[in-house]
Design a protein around this ligand. Structure first.
Ligand code: ADP
Ligand code: TRP
Length: 321
């Protein structure tokens, strides 16, 4: 079973990213052939570029390695290091009706918000189709917002195959249903765009400051407190064993402690949870040359899959003459 996923290098990773996606990706490495790449061309469609994009690409690669992407088990590379994807993007464009892209939610949502669309934002699903189809994965694990993009990839692949025979593998998507939405400091879905994130790799002091901002009910110190629906409790749940969770529930029920105490506890638990990842990250931060080497190796391995596929496509489409 081959899994493929792309990761946008768009900023500091938060615990919603970890529990909603990265953790599953790391676990999937055990039983599947995993392909994971940093989607740096994609990041350009939302205005990232220049030194900032270069830095974010290295930062994201470093963070993913620290969090458990294992280059022995996965093929891990940067999108732009396998340029064949751009050739396929163009070829697939000829199999992409305008209407298919005009109906894409993410494009419609962004333009509805007043973001001036450029062509890269519009044609983003075609590049995503190329990302997928170049490597023939069985499954593309995605969040709900990306389902339509995989459907577009399927649609394009079917049109291409109708013309040129069974060359492209039609991918399936897998929704990460079992993962609950991680709440942010204000109780809404945690997201960079809402400014309510708790980052995985913040400084300890900054981390505590963010956790102190978590919105809680105003209840006197001595009173018992509700843990159901409490934003601090809901976040702590992600990090605790059943036994620890029951103990925390008891503390809520007993009274005598304020939400400030629970926040300090959450900060401690979280700091400890990511301790080993932090050490690994420090290592990679001090050995960026090693990160580059891993990415180069990954790109070579990815090319071993991409080259025969693009050759077959060039032959079929008459690009080879
Ligand atoms: P953001 O909303 O902060 O921009 P992204 O859209 O870059 O995050 O998300 C990257 C991955 O992390 C996606 O797979 C997404 O489903 C997952 N993810 C992001 N926020 C959450 C959350 N609050 N709960 C669960 N999963 C999340
Ligand atoms: N569009 C995806 C996102 O924003 C990232 C991505 C790019 C991707 N290419 C992909 C995901 C191919 C899966 C497969 O999260």
């Amino acid at each position: 079973m081959r899994l493929l996923t792309g990761i946008q290098p768009s900023g500091d990773l938060h615990i919603g990213n970890y529990f909603g996606s990265i953790k599953q990706m790391v676990e999937a490495q055990k039983e599947s052939e995993t392909f994971a790449f940093i989607a740096n061309y994609h990041a350009m469609s939302s205005g990232n570029g220049g030194q900032r994009l270069a830095n974010l690409t290295m930062q994201t690669a470093t963070d993913f390695l620290a969090l458990g992407i294992d280059p022995q088990k996965s093929i891990f590379w940067v999108q732009s290091d396998v340029k064949e994807v751009l050739e396929l993007y163009w070829i697939l464009s000829a199999f992409t009706p305008m209407g298919l892209l005009e109906r894409a939610h993410s494009y419609k949502d962004k333009t509805a918000k007043g973001i001036t669309a450029n062509h890269s934002l519009f044609s983003y699903p075609v590049l995503m189709a190329a990302d997928i189809l170049l490597f023939s994965p069985d499954i593309v694990p995605v969040g709900k917002d990306q389902i339509q993009h995989v459907e577009i990839a399927r649609d394009i692949a079917i049109r291409f195959n109708n013309e040129y025979g069974d060359i492209l593998k039609i991918p399936e998507f897998k929704i990460q249903e079992e993962v609950a939405t991680v709440p942010g400091t204000d109780g809404q879905k945690m997201s960079k765009s809402y400014g309510n994130t708790v980052n995985i790799f913040g400084e300890e002091k900054a981390q505590l400051k963010t956790i102190k901002k978590i919105v809680t009910q105003n209840v006197a110190m001595e009173e018992p407190k509700e843990f159901e629906g409490c934003n601090v409790y809901n976040m702590a749940k992600l990090f605790l064993s059943n036994k620890e969770l029951l103990a925390l529930q008891e503390r809520y029920k007993k009274g005598g402690e304020g939400h400030g105490h629970f926040k300090l506890y959450l900060a401690d638990v979280m700091w400890e949870y990511f301790g080993n990842f932090r050490k690994k990250r420090e290592y990679y931060m001090n050995h960026q040359d090693e990160v580059r080497m891993i990415l180069d190796e990954g790109a070579k391995k990815a090319k071993n899959f991409a080259l025969p596929m693009i050759e077959q496509i060039r032959n079929a489409t008459g690009i080879h003459y």
